[in-house]
Design a binder for this molecule. Structure first.
Ligand code: MN
Length: 241
């Protein structure tokens, strides 16, 4: 069994190089894997499955082809694309995953998360997250005309960028206690997440046992993925964009 994990591609029109790298990644890597997990912030922004930009359609078609050739695709929401819905997933041949979720990788239960919920030092962001994940808010938002939603999304992005500018580095990272809590409440010794754009493997203790937290990398400057193959230890891999 080979599973590949990616996150934080932040696909957008202004970065055709990242889209090209992703299409290459499908052809060279994902096509040989049994499963592809996309752990959030796949797109830089998402305001509803009905937008259907050429970029979104191109990516959906590429994923659908991948899925048709036998690679299972699982997609988790990130903080930027949490409005991706069943419609898009169907077009992409992907299955939406809950955050958090535990999956079995060759007998090792592994906790998968986007990672933003672990950044509890950022109190302001966590409040924002709660309101954005409110089902009623989402329904109301998605019912608004596309042009309205595009405007709101731009405003939210500007606010978020302005807020993050003044924040200390540690506030933007995961909280160590929260990581242990998440792993222990799910009874796992392995966690894979993205979001922080700080690719690394961390050793820790959870449930009184040696445990490992693997952080996926973003694609702004390099192609990052994690490969878990045939019971081998997970391997974080990097290639030029
Ligand atoms: Mn994120």
């Amino acid at each position: 069994m080979t599973a590949l994990f990616i996150s934080d591609l932040h696909l957008e029109e202004s970065r055709p190089d990242i889209t090209a790298a992703f299409l290459r990644f499908i052809d060279h890597n994902a096509v040989h894997a049994d499963t592809l997990y996309i752990l959030g912030d796949f797109f830089e922004a998402w305001i509803g499955d009905d937008e259907r930009t050429p970029l979104q359609e191109q990516v959906a078609a590429a994923l659908k082809t991948l899925s048709d050739t036998g690679t299972s695709i699982y997609l988790m929401h990130g903080n930027r694309d949490f409005l991706i819905g069943e419609d898009f997933c169907q077009r992409a041949g992907a299955t939406l995953l809950d955050d958090p979720v535990v999956v079995d990788l060759d007998g090792t239960p592994t906790l998968l998360m986007h990672g933003d919920s672990l950044c509890t030092a950022d109190v302001e962001y966590q409040k924002f997250r709660v309101s954005m994940r409110n089902v009623q808010w989402q329904k109301t938002f998605l019912a608004r005309p596309l042009a309205d939603r595009q405007l709101v999304a731009r405003q939210l992005r500007d606010i978020s960028m302005a807020r993050n500018k003044g924040k200390e580095e540690f506030i933007m990272d995961v909280t160590w206690e929260e990581v242990v809590k998440a792993m222990e409440s799910h009874g796992v010794e392995r966690l894979i997440h993205g979001h922080t754009h700080r690719p690394a493997e961390h050793e820790l203790k959870a449930n009184g046992l040696p445990a490992r937290r693997i952080v996926l990398g973003d694609w702004a400057e390099s192609v990052w993925w994690l490969e878990v193959a045939n019971g081998q230890p997970p391997e974080l891999k990097k290639e030029p964009l």
